[in-house]
Design a protein. Structure first.
Length: 206
């Protein structure tokens, strides 16, 4: 596993988690911060992920440089599915709980007929069995940057334990149908360098 004690700066295509406390419902933003970022997976070897925490502790950024699923001549079935498991802690005052309310996807996909490409994100809290997943699927010929927003129903939200720091976990994966005779790929980076994923946090009192 790879971990970071200090968070570095990044300035190109990135995956982003936004901690956005609403003053009327959430804690004081100055009392919210993220620590203990650890990552591991076939799509994030050592040195391929750069985490960034903004000065106001409201934005957590991950720059991926190797999260690409592909198929075609010269590939193997292991090339068709790549993932990155990310673990971190969100610290905040007592009396509050948070959840992920929506996921925004940006990336690039190129698939011919007969190939399906999928990007999926699953999040959960350590010690809890409930999980929430979101995904975007392409099952028709396409060659493009993509952008999609998936907002979770209120009843489907998974909330952190009340007023305590607990490990948050996100598993991001990209996969394509294996076919050694047809080239295809899917990434979480868009060609124009825009955000790849945005996780928006909801807050409530408890």
């Amino acid at each position: 596993m790879k971990s970071f004690a200090a968070l570095a700066l990044a300035s190109s295509a990135f995956s982003q988690i936004i901690v956005n406390p609403n003053p009327s419902t959430g804690p004081d933003p100055s009392q919210v911060h993220i620590s203990d970022v650890v990552y591991n997976g076939s799509g994030c070897p050592s040195g391929s992920v750069v985490p960034v925490l903004s000065e106001d502790a409201q934005t957590f950024t991950l720059l991926f440089s190797n999260l690409v699923a592909s198929t075609g001549p010269g590939t193997t079935i292991t090339d068709t599915r790549k993932n990155c498991q990310i673990n971190f802690n969100v610290h905040f005052p007592g009396g509050f709980s948070y959840s992920v309310g929506s996921v925004e996807y940006r990336g690039y996909v190129s698939v011919p007929a007969g190939i399906t490409a999928t990007q999926k994100a699953t999040y959960y809290f350590s010690g809890q069995s409930q999980q929430v997943s979101s995904q975007v699927v392409f099952n028709k010929p396409t060659d493009q940057d993509y952008h999609a927003i998936d907002t979770f129903d209120v009843g489907a939200l998974v909330w952190s334990p009340c007023g305590t720091t607990v490990g948050a976990n996100i598993n991001t994966q990209v996969r394509v149908t294996y076919n050694p005779n047809q080239a295809a790929l899917m990434t979480i980076d868009s060609a124009d360098g825009h955000v790849a994923q945005v996780y928006s946090f909801n807050w409530k009192t408890c």
